[in-house]
Design a protein around this ligand. Structure first.
Ligand SMILES: *[C@@H]1O[C@H](CO)[C@@H](O)[C@H](O)[C@H]1NC(C)=O
Ligand SMILES: *[C@@H]1O[C@H](CO)[C@@H](O)[C@H](O)[C@H]1NC(C)=O
Ligand SMILES: *[C@@H]1O[C@H](CO)[C@@H](O)[C@H](O)[C@H]1NC(C)=O
Ligand SMILES: *[C@@H]1O[C@H](CO)[C@@H](O)[C@H](O)[C@H]1NC(C)=O
Length: 470
């Protein structure tokens, strides 16, 4: 194997208090650009960044806790996965978080990475191969042939954790896949759960909140029907920076507004967080209280948007095109270079949920399905989504040949409907996190944690312990 690890290690000095509990060391791994075709880019390599902590490491025979990096800079996931760091000492584990190719600093072709044909090297299969060779080399470097690797991951990272356990059971002994929408990756799997569940979260808090949100979106439509003068009134009420025209700009604005609800439902944690953005504790409750406190539904909707888009308090007006990037994923692609990479992934081999319909959800009718996605992706990237590939390459709905995987899902999390919520076998088990939003169980313990997540973490610890001792 041409690839070897480990240049100089850099110990990062901690400037942010929130990192202080979980300091890490940082390094890069020299990784193949293309695992499957040595003629395409020769044996070209890139620096794949990884974070690790070995202060508790018990040496050969002690476990390696590996987090399958997902769509963003790896330090975000390090920070949002305190559970792993908190349990590492009792297991004497080595903790390692490699960064997903094409995200953060792990860009195989620098700034050219996001253009054709380079972007084509971004795929689930390549990412899983990255982790496979990385972990194989890591075990050799650590001289730890008897150490079991346990994979962890949240959301798409959870999908990767489950996939790598499934495909490489001799390398990875077990996986905790938190809030991982694995069933959604099958074309025959569930896709229409997402906006329904977002709506349920707001409706469960208060029926009047649901009514008011529906009313606000209906009022937007009424203004649009009045033509440009109506749209101008709407822009003023909603404190938008730019004039909005009918058709596409109006629809984009609807998606921008819908996206604030999406983020608050996903990140409905019981305390203030800075993951993917800044939100107060219980943002669904805060949003509902905000919109219900305002008599004018549209002004209320603008105030709710502000919880997400104006968390700094520094926006004079809302700039829809700057704050929301339209892409193949109706649940949002974020901003910056990562959003291009994620858009490409949804256009190539990952699935997204369907859009909203104003019937089973409280949002405007903004349809999104396989056909719409196909034509969008053909236009955007000149590719046709390969919809069944991940289900074929790994698993889809049929998990009976999998083993040693925990699938955890929070009942507040709109992604729950795309995941495994029933035990598949004695070793592929589902854990329901009552009162949990998107992979809350992976986060550090907090005094505001609901009992459901405390219980889930205990169960997870017990199963991991069982894997390691048997
Ligand atoms: C990539 O582009 C950004 C600005 O567009 C620049 O700041 C950065 O230095 C570039 N990086 C590389 C590796 O060229
Ligand atoms: C953003 O927040 C600040 C501080 O609360 C407020 O003055 C401003 O009007 C808000 N901007 C928008 C567009 O709502
Ligand atoms: C909104 O953002 C876009 C770029 O995303 C920019 O071109 C435009 O000038 C901005 N509008 C205002 C009023 O700031
Ligand atoms: C949602 O449907 C209702 C009728 O059921 C309609 O009055 C309302 O305008 C629709 N809202 C949107 C945003 O399309």
């Amino acid at each position: 194997m041409a690839v070897t690890i480990l240049g100089a290690c850099v110990l990062l000095f901690l400037t942010q208090l929130s990192y202080a509990d979980f300091p890490y060391k940082e390094n890069v791994y020299v990784q193949y650009v293309d695992h499957y075709n040595l003629m395409s880019f020769g044996d070209q390599t890139f620096n794949q960044r990884y974070l690790y902590q070995d202060k508790d490491w018990g040496g050969d025979g002690s476990p390696i806790f590996f987090y399958a990096g997902n769509e963003g800079p790896i330090e975000d996931f390090w920070k949002a996965s305190g559970f792993i760091h908190e349990i590492a000492p009792q297991f004497k584990a080595y903790v390692v978080f490699p960064e997903h190719r094409f995200y953060g600093e792990s860009l195989p072709f620098g700034n050219k990475s996001f253009t054709s044909p380079y972007l084509g090297l971004l795929s689930v299969a390549q990412a899983v191969a990255d982790y496979t060779v990385f972990l194989t080399d890591l075990k050799a470097y650590l001289k730890a042939p008897n150490s079991k690797i346990i994979a962890f991951g949240g959301s798409y990272g959870g999908v990767l954790a489950a996939y790598i356990r499934y495909k490489h059971p001799s390398l990875v002994y077990g996986a905790l896949a938190a809030s991982a929408p694995v069933l959604m990756q099958d074309p025959k799997g569930p896709h229409d759960f997402f906006f329904k569940h977002v709506t349920k979260d707001f409706r469960d808090y208060n029926e009047k909140c649901y009514d008011k949100v529906k009313l606000a979106f209906a009022q937007q439509l009424d203004y649009a029907r009045q033509g440009q003068p109506g749209l101008d009134t709407m822009v003023k009420k909603m404190r938008l920076c730019d004039k909005i025209e009918k058709d596409w700009p109006f629809r984009l604005m609807q998606m921008w507004a819908r996206n604030a609800f999406v983020m608050m439902a996903m990140l409905d944690y019981p305390y203030k967080t800075d993951f993917m953005g800044s939100l107060p504790g219980h943002p669904v409750k805060v949003a509902c209280d905000t919109i219900m406190a305002e008599e004018d539904a549209l002004v209320g909707l603008a105030n709710v948007a502000g919880i997400w888009y104006n968390s700094t308090g520094s926006e004079k007006c809302f700039n829809v095109s700057k704050e929301f990037y339209f892409c193949a994923d109706p649940t949002g692609c974020g901003n910056g270079p990562a959003s291009i990479a994620w858009n490409y992934q949804i256009c190539s081999d990952l699935f997204s949920p369907t859009g909203s319909n104003n019937k089973t959800d409280m949002f405007p009718e903004l349809p999104w399905d396989t056909d719409i996605r196909r034509s969008y992706c053909q236009q955007q990237f000149n590719i046709t989504p390969r919809v069944a590939w991940d289900a074929e390459d790994f698993f889809g709905l049929d998990l009976k040949y999998a083993s040693n995987i925990i699938f955890s899902n929070g009942d507040l999390d709109p992604w729950m409907g795309g995941g495994v919520t029933k035990d598949v076998s004695s070793s592929v088990v589902a854990i329901l996190v009552e009162g949990g939003a998107h992979h809350l169980d992976l986060r550090a313990a907090n005094k505001l944690d609901p009992p459901g997540v405390i219980k889930a973490r205990e169960q997870e610890k017990k199963i991991i312990s069982y894997w390691l001792n048997n």
